[in-house]
Design a binder for this molecule. Structure first.
Ligand code: G3I
Length: 341
């Protein structure tokens, strides 16, 4: 029997990563690192237009491949994401905005939620709904907002709960951590949205903070980030860091300095997370710099800085492993905070 003074066990805070099915087949150092995750998230292949490019002809192969791999290795899978403007098939956008019939959404959710009930235990139901500049009540002017009005987020959560009563339901957004007017406004809009969702009795279990950090924005505001997470937890939702990586775009700095700056930026956020019992997982948006979506963001920068994209050393170095799968100081920072295999 543990002595009464025994420290309560540290909360199991899962480490996860965004993955693509093609990364799960060959025995590579990347695959070994993926096995070390407790949670896998389809980086792209779970999106509406990746599953049902043609109406009525859903392709489950990629989701099944990620789930089969995860279940074989005792890992959880997060559904990502049911509603996201950028990955809405054209036929669905047209159907929604012309017919304005909620059945388009119900049909889409019914394509995925019952099939994976009990296997995918948490879903990002709506991704990136907060508007920065304008939008009524802070909503982005998406096809969903135009077709169904500002109530679409709440309705989507209600519909998801009916189709999979046991799944945890999430909403997920970005630019919520820095000490600048944009992030401050976005934090307030998210808090107001969560408050109204909970006040209406609509199911909402988790809020995802993407955590795409950018060195050019300076350091995150730890007090504001902590206060934001505490306020969310106070509304009865869990918090997740869902897409952590670091955009570091001064490619002329020495590699070691760039890696240290990236680790420091990640550590700032992990230090906040360590004190937040409501945060149950941190997912990095990929594991190796070679697969990072940030390369696209950097190509323009590379051109500007006359860097050759071919040289791995010139890659953005915002993930735990470099292009050759060597662990970097960011990986050590994650290991200190998270439960990693
Ligand atoms: O797999 C196809 C390939 O067969 C085809 O030849 C090629 C050319 O069209 O496209 C490939 O698919 C691309 C896919 O990434 C590869 O994984 C898609 O075009 C491309 O749009 C897709 O981009 C993804 C993007 O979301 C849009 O879904 C990025 O990988 C992914 O990192 C990014 O992730 C988003 C989160 O979901 C939401 N938060 C922001 C984050 C970064 O944009």
């Amino acid at each position: 029997v543990p002595s009464p003074t025994a420290e309560p066990a540290a909360p199991q805070r899962l480490f996860g990563a965004a993955v693509r099915p093609d990364q799960l087949t060959d025995e590579t150092p990347l695959l070994a690192a993926i096995r070390g995750c407790g949670l896998l998230v389809p980086e792209y292949h779970g999106q509406w237009s990746a599953v049902e490019w043609r109406r009525g002809d859903p392709w489950y192969g990629n989701y099944d491949a990620i789930l089969d791999f995860a279940e074989k290795h005792g890992q959880q899978v997060r559904g990502h994401s049911l509603i996201w403007e950028q990955m809405t098939p054209d036929w669905a956008r047209e159907e929604m905005t012309s017919g304005k019939d909620w059945k388009t959404i119900e049909r889409h959710f019914a394509t995925l939620l019952p099939r994976y009930s009990g296997r995918i235990r948490e879903w990002i139901v709506v991704n990136e709904m907060i508007d920065t500049e304008h939008g009524d009540h802070g909503f982005r002017r998406t096809s969903f907002q135009r077709a169904y009005g500002n109530d679409y987020v709440r309705r989507a959560l209600e519909t998801a709960r009916v189709l999979d009563p046991q799944a945890k339901l999430m909403i997920n957004d970005y630019s919520l951590l820095y000490d600048n007017p944009v992030d401050e406004a976005r934090r307030n809009k998210m808090l107001r949205l969560v408050e109204s969702i909970k006040a209406s009795g609509t199911p909402l279990d988790m809020v995802g903070i993407q955590g795409h950090l950018e060195l050019r924005k300076g350091r995150i505001s730890q007090p504001k980030a902590a206060r934001f997470m505490t306020d969310l937890a106070g509304m009865g939702v869990e918090v997740a860091i869902t897409e952590l990586d670091v955009l570091e775009d001064d490619l002329r700095r020495p590699i070691g300095e760039r890696d240290r700056l990236v680790a420091d930026a990640a550590q700032d956020l992990l230090d906040v997370v360590a004190d937040q019992k409501a945060v149950g997982s941190v997912v990095t948006w990929g594991l190796s710099d070679k697969q990072s979506w940030l390369q696209d963001r950097l190509d323009a920068t590379k051109a500007a800085q006359a860097c050759t994209p071919v040289d791995c050393g010139r890659m953005n170095r915002g993930l735990p492993f470099d292009g050759e799968m060597r662990p970097k100081p960011m990986h050590a920072a994650l290991q200190r905070t998270l439960t990693m295999a």
